[in-house]
Design a protein around this ligand. Sequence first.
Ligand code: FAD
Length: 411
Amino acid sequence: MANDSVEVAVIGGGAAGIGAARRLRDAGVKAFILEARDRLGGRAWTVEVRGFAIDLGCGWLHSAKRNPWTTIAAAQGRTIDRTPPPWARATSQPGLSATEADAMRAALWALHERADALPEDEPDRLLADLLEPGGRWNALIDAISGYYSGAALARVSARDLGRYADDGVNWRVGEGYGAAIAAHGAGLDVAFDSAVTRIDHGGRRIRVETIRGIVEADAAIVTLPSALIAADEALFAPALPDKTRAAAGLPLGCDDKLFLSLAGAEAFAPETRAFGDPRRVATASYQLRPFGRPMIECYFGGALAADLERGGEAALFAFARSELVGLYGGDFARRVAPIATHGWGGDPFARGAYSYALPGRADDRAALAAPVDGRLFFAGEACSREDFSTAHGAYLTGVAAAEQAIAALKR
Ligand SMILES: Cc1cc2nc3c(=O)[nH]c(=O)nc-3n(C[C@H](O)[C@H](O)[C@H](O)COP(=O)(O)OP(=O)(O)OC[C@H]3O[C@@H](n4cnc5c(N)ncnc54)[C@H](O)[C@@H]3O)c2cc1C
């Protein structure tokens, strides 16, 4: 790289950066992805363990029917698994009857409807304020907020969640969502292990400084996670305080997965879900036999994930094992062993799982996405008004930023 020159520097090679760079290449624009890691995909990451493709980051093709990754993965010849997700049906579990599970889902649905109905001309609310006062399922709904926002209801903007668009269809990629996303970047020009330290947009051309050299470009597309933009006021020179502020309104919540092997898996129905303790906020969700595999996918969210992640795999496993023993009895401890995990909160190139908006900050998504001087463009899941927190939202913002850059280069 030493001192390279391109038309567009794409900063970050996750779903957004790949989407942007592919669109630029298709338009005949010379683009270069600058990526801090030694791989493409970012928060989309499939690892092969014991012959299974395991998604440590995104796993579900949310809004699958209109999700561009569905088409891309199918075109790559991958298997689109259309089994409905466990959360789409009310299943009983120890400590929660089917009737109770139904009642909890109705209470969760009602909360989302109240968020959806919040008029745009009224002040934003905390999601927690929209809970039914004293509601029987409030603790579990708060735990679930940890799974889908990565944060407690008391931290999340109701307006932002109300804007989220979901077609209610959720599919998976048998060979891994992360693998499909990374493969879409095959053949693109990428500099790996090239963390960007500064984006100097004060001169005639944009100078992108990395730990391995400098790239000069006519335009740049910044796809860094919002947590990283918020944390470094000196990332842009001259500084862009509006960007730093907007990114700070869109923190990344904490969510981590831990995959366990499960001996005697046949005793459990495939694709079922159990909450560790349906009466607690600090509880994990367990998907038994995903894809029918002899495994459990444990999902930790919010403060619980942040706390346990600090203790590494051992702490995540100890917590999961104790909740599973509480559900299925003492013998269960011998049936499970950890096989894969990743701590996204401590990952220096993510610093969290996916973005949520703080109360009053839903419009920060548009502020973060807004171009600067017609040559600095922004993409990434946090920039999406209605598909934030997802891999398809990231992709769509990447393509949109590429379109903006293409139009700007023609001027
Ligand atoms: C546990 C978990 C579960 C999830 N589940 C789902 C799901 O089921 N469905 C779904 O749609 N989404 C899910 N997501 C969210 C989804 O993975 C993300 O929203 C999406 O991948 C974000 O893409 P992005 O391009 O915006 O950001 P990223 O993927 O984070 O891409 C940004 C890139 O920038 C790179 N980078 C960072 N710093 C620098 C630097 N200084 N210089 C250069 N490069 C840098 C990073 O390495 C990364 O490659 C999940 C995420 C996690 C963590």
